[in-house]
Design a protein. Structure first.
Length: 244
């Protein structure tokens, strides 16, 4: 280097650069590029969950529509067969076959609706966890979210109902309850028809049919509650709601 030339800037080698990056990571300071990449990954996963949730809901609504259409068509068919046969002869066998078919399809539809309800809860909890990760990246956005940033049961309930606590109206107005009531009626009709076809009294057929329908509805409600409680007993949230 000549006497008149300015001093050269030192060029950091790769080892010193790696050491500086390690020091920044250890001190908790992350670059904007790292944070941006992390936000993009979280957003991609969030959109994937939304798409899966929408697909599941669309599929189950189609299944419910098909089942209710079959129930309506089946009951109309039974009425037409009764008029054609004078409610005698082969009418009993045909009615039993139609009601048995509707009961089977109803049972399958009921199971699918309950599975999708559990899947929907799973997607909500997963998106709550991602929302919590957004809040960690930028704490100022947490107050903007109406949906919860906590991935526990309380957070799930908050996301399902922003403005007021969930009540029994949620259950009574759900698709699961709609299917339970319809299936209970169909199964009750089937059992009542079997008793009448076997020569039983009409009053006994009505009583046993109603009792069977109530047992069917109660059994599915107990089964659904058991699955809900089992899922939460075996799940460990990463970001539980603060105790109040």
């Amino acid at each position: 280097m000549s006497a008149g030339s300015p001093p050269e800037e030192p060029v950091p080698d790769s080892a010193s650069a790696a050491g500086s990056e390690a020091e920044r990571s250890a001190s908790g300071a992350e670059s904007d590029a790292v944070l941006s990449r992390r936000a993009q990954i979280l957003a991609t996963e969030h959109w994937g969950l939304l798409a899966a949730r929408s697909t599941a809901q669309s599929e189950v609504l189609t299944r419910i529509t098909i089942f209710l259409t079959l129930v309506s068509a089946g009951l109309v068919t039974i009425g037409l067969l009764g008029q054609a046969s004078g409610f005698a002869g082969w009418f009993g066998g045909a009615s039993l076959a139609i009601l048995a078919f509707l009961s089977l399809i109803g049972f399958m539809t009921q199971v699918r609706v309950m599975n999708v309800s559990e899947e929907d809860m799973m997607y909500v909890v997963a998106m709550n966890r991602l929302r919590g990760a957004y809040a960690v990246l930028d704490p100022t956005v947490e107050d903007v979210f109406l949906a919860s940033t906590f991935d526990d049961q309380a957070g799930m309930k908050r996301t399902y109902s922003f403005l007021r606590p969930r009540s029994v109206s949620i259950l009574l107005g759900s698709s699961v309850m709609l299917l339970i009531v319809v299936n209970a009626c169909v199964v009750g009709l089937l059992i009542g028809c079997v008793i009448v076809a076997a020569g039983g009294q009409l009053d006994w057929a009505v009583a046993i049919g109603i009792s069977t329908g109530l047992l069917y509805a109660g059994g599915f409600m107990i089964f659904g509650g058991f699955g809900f409680r089992w899922a939460w007993r075996h799940y460990t949230p990463r970001r539980p709601s603060p105790r109040t």
